[in-house]
Design a protein around this ligand. Structure first.
Ligand code: PGA
Length: 250
């Protein structure tokens, strides 16, 4: 299972910016294939443009979000079937901005995850505690609840096609990444939970939250970390490429 590095561009980029960013990342990975699998999650408006840029590169495309139905009267929404149609192979589900800014519940996240699997997309399930929850000693309870809810009706297909990203809410976009012992503790607990529930699962557990070119090597070295989910630093090709390369052998 190779590590996974995901660039989540969030709500950033015109078509020409997205095209240039994707082209620079393709260029930077073309000389020597990185050890990590690379996934780009541009805004929905740029999915088609980015797909054209990465078409022959080995880089994969992800949606940042999806609806839980395949089609219907849901103004403004995008279904997983539509993402698949645009060439996506992954979709981010349950990102903390969806949970906290758009009030998406564990229930909604579970439905989205099921819809992604139904449409042959690999969900990247995001989980993470707020600072208040961490300070109250509730980190593990919150994260395991988020995972249990999302995997309410797991089947082999779900477990074989899932990646999980641990993203502490207090570390996202703040410049303060979680420290290695905090990450190892949470990733270890997630891994034990998965092993106890599903046996030896091939689920990758990514870390996300203020990952950048400077801290990526230390974060990538933590043995429980199987990849990185990158927000802000994924908008600068040289920073993102350094994160991608942190998994390469020296
Ligand atoms: P950040 O965002 O790297 O800017 O902290 C990470 C994320 O939200 O996935």
């Amino acid at each position: 299972m190779n590590p996974l590095v995901v660039g989540n561009w969030k709500m950033n980029g015109t078509l020409s910016q997205a095209s240039n960013l994707a082209a620079a990342i393709v260029q930077g990975t073309s000389q020597k294939t990185p050890k990590a699998a690379v996934v780009l999650a541009p805004p929905a408006t740029a999915l088609g443009t980015v797909q054209e840029r990465i078409a022959t590169s080995g880089i994969s495309l992800a949606g940042q979000n999806c609806h839980w139905e395949d089609n219907g009267a849901f103004t403004g929404e995008i279904s997983p079937a539509m993402l698949a149609d645009l060439g996506c192979t992954y979709v981010i589900v349950g990102h903390s901005e969806r949970r906290h800014v758009f009030n998406e519940s564990d229930e909604i996240t579970a439905r989205k995850l099921a819809a992604a699997i139904r449409n042959n997309l690999r969900p990247i399930l995001c989980v993470g505690e707020t600072l208040d929850q961490r300070n109250a000693g509730r980190t593990m309870e919150v994260i395991l609840r988020q995972i249990q809810f999302a995997l309410k009706e797991p089947n082999e297909n779900v477990i074989a096609n899932l990646d999980i990203a641990y993203e502490p809410v207090w570390a996202i976009g703040t410049g303060h990444n979680a420290d290695p012992s905090q990450i190892a503790e949470v990733h270890g607990a997630i891994r034990s939970h998965l092993t106890n529930s599903f046996g030896k699962a091939s689920v990758r557990i990514l870390y996300g939250g203020s990952v950048n070119a400077e801290n990526a090597t230390d974060l990538g070295r933590i043995s429980e970390v199987n990849g990185l989910l990158v927000g802000g630093a994924s908008l600068k090709p040289e920073s993102f490429l350094r994160v991608v390369r942190c998994f390469d052998d020296e």
